[in-house]
Design a protein around this ligand. Structure first.
Ligand SMILES: *Cc1c(COP(=O)(O)O)cnc(C)c1O
Length: 467
């Protein structure tokens, strides 16, 4: 055993060998050594545990392959792109909305250089970062004023804190939403210092329920979009116009947390007609909040818009500073919003909308194209088929409304499905699919044509015989 252990090359020997390869020249020495030590230690452990290790296994040239692999893995960024084959378009775990490249060019321009983030170019005086997108938000939605904060959860929190701290907020029992990641209306309400007053029944709430709950303590009437669930059957919600006129009569602001919020009508693409943000503004709501990275297809942000006096109050809230967005968000948000000026091209240019609106024939063709390539390259190690599946909009938007789609369905013959999924996650560009009935589905609605070669390469690598 001692003899074999002595055959393990030294760290310095390995380091010299690794540095022969120009790929590793610029990697910090401490990382190279860390990778080398990890592999050498592993070999040492194997010998000590009595594994059958031959002198050939300890040849420097043999070890070098796994040393390089280990170093590459240590050196690559932890946060990186993946291929989304899940079919969930707004996938919170996979980064929600994908941004268009023009937007990213603009981001490089404003963030790789100095910018007018808080500098008014017209007067040469200090400016406000919020004014950069406020006009645009108002132009597109018809609102009087707007403010952007870190995300919609922050938007709801600051709006409630400003308008209803130490006051009562009336909400329908059917709208006490919990969305993923611990955002629950009752909890957010408690943190804002407002007191929740639930009215109506789970399935039905009437205008008189709100009316009967109004007291001198009431500060706000709140409507919440039931983003990720539906109450169907014998159900009733009070519409915006009725709620707004009730608020007017009692001089109470009316607010709607729209959740996803969308500036375009998605009903031509097989989804249920939902009021657009513009329509909600037109209904007279005083304050409206929605996310930047759900159906809008932009960066993480919470957009607050509505009547000038309420928005100004929210802007002045000291909490605003703690929720302020950075220049990256502002830059991307402005770029995205500008795309909405042209309702014809916005569906092509904003990836989230593009994925929703891609006709099934195109999705089908893409699936056939990938299946053909994979058939050839994965011949003996995997079966490949195209199947009809359903994609989801995701992001808690449009529950129970799936989009027709096609998937490439893979059944590995040389390893278990678990092992294949694990290997696909370990790729330099990981491929994330959906497991169903012991098969791996790659839903083509969330996969771009320019990713097909990545999938081919990744699958070949993942299914290659293990040493
Ligand atoms: C998604 C959602 C939120 C939270 O939005 P984030 O931008 O994720 O913070 C709040 N309310 C509703 C109704 C939602 O759907």
């Amino acid at each position: 055993m001692q003899k074999i252990l002595r055959l393990i090359p030294s760290v310095d020997e390995c380091l010299l060998a690794v540095l022969q390869d120009p790929e590793f020249e610029t990697i910090p020495a401490m990382l190279l050594k860390k990778g080398i030590r990890a592999v050498l230690d592993q070999q040492r452990q194997k010998v000590l545990q009595g594994h059958d290790i031959t002198t050939d296994d300890l040849e420097l040239s043999v070890l070098l392959t796994s040393i390089k692999e280990t170093i590459r893995a240590l050196h690559q960024p932890v946060f990186r792109r993946v291929v989304n084959g899940t079919g969930v378009i707004i996938h919170t775990n996979l980064g929600r909305s994908v941004l268009p490249s023009d937007t990213l060019n603009q981001l490089c321009e404003t963030s790789g250089n100095y910018s007018n983030l808080e500098f008014d170019l017209a007067t040469g005086a200090r400016g406000s970062r919020y004014s950069l997108v406020e006009k645009l938000v108002c132009e597109l939605t018809g609102a009087e004023a707007a403010l952007v904060v870190n995300n919609n959860a922050a938007a709801v929190l600051i709006a409630l804190e400003t308008l209803a701290r130490q006051k009562e907020v009336i909400v329908s029992r059917g709208q006490l939403v919990e969305i993923g990641g611990s955002f629950r209306i009752p909890d957010v309400m408690a943190r804002s210092g407002a007191k929740l007053v639930e009215v109506g029944a789970t399935n039905r709430t009437h205008l008189k329920d709100y009316l009967n709950a109004i007291t001198p303590e009431t500060g706000l009437l709140l409507k919440v979009h039931t983003s990720n669930y539906r109450i169907i059957g014998f159900s009733k919600e009070v519409n915006n116009e009725e709620l707004v006129s009730l608020g007017k009569k009692h001089q109470l602001p009316v607010m709607e947390d729209l959740g996803s919020g969308c500036l375009v009508d998605l009903s031509p693409y097989g989804l249920k007609k939902e009021p657009t943000v513009q329509e909600v503004v037109a209904s007279g709501m005083d304050v409206i909040t929605f996310s930047g990275d759900k159906l809008l297809g932009g960066p993480q942000a919470g957009i607050i818009l509505g009547s000038k006096n309420f928005i100004e109050k929210i802007k002045r809230n000291p909490m605003n500073r703690a929720m302020r967005i950075d220049k990256f968000t502002l830059s991307v948000l402005e770029s995205i919003l500008r795309l909405y000026r042209d309702p014809q091209t916005v569906f092509e240019r904003v990836p989230t909308l593009h994925m929703i609106s891609t006709p099934i024939t195109l999705v089908h063709n893409k699936a056939e194209q990938l299946a053909k390539v994979l058939h050839k390259s994965l011949k003996d190690c995997c079966t490949v088929q195209v199947a009809e599946v359903m994609s989801q909009v995701g992001g808690g938007a449009m529950p129970e409304q799936d989009l027709e789609s096609r998937a490439v369905v893979l059944q590995p013959l040389t390893m278990t499905l678990n092992r294949l999924e694990q290997k696909l996650r370990a790729l330099e560009i990981p491929i994330i699919g959906r497991a169903e009935n012991n098969r791996l589905l790659l839903d083509m609605r969330t996969i771009r044509s320019d990713e097909l070669h990545l999938i081919d390469k990744g699958l070949r690598q993942a299914l290659a015989a293990e040493p």
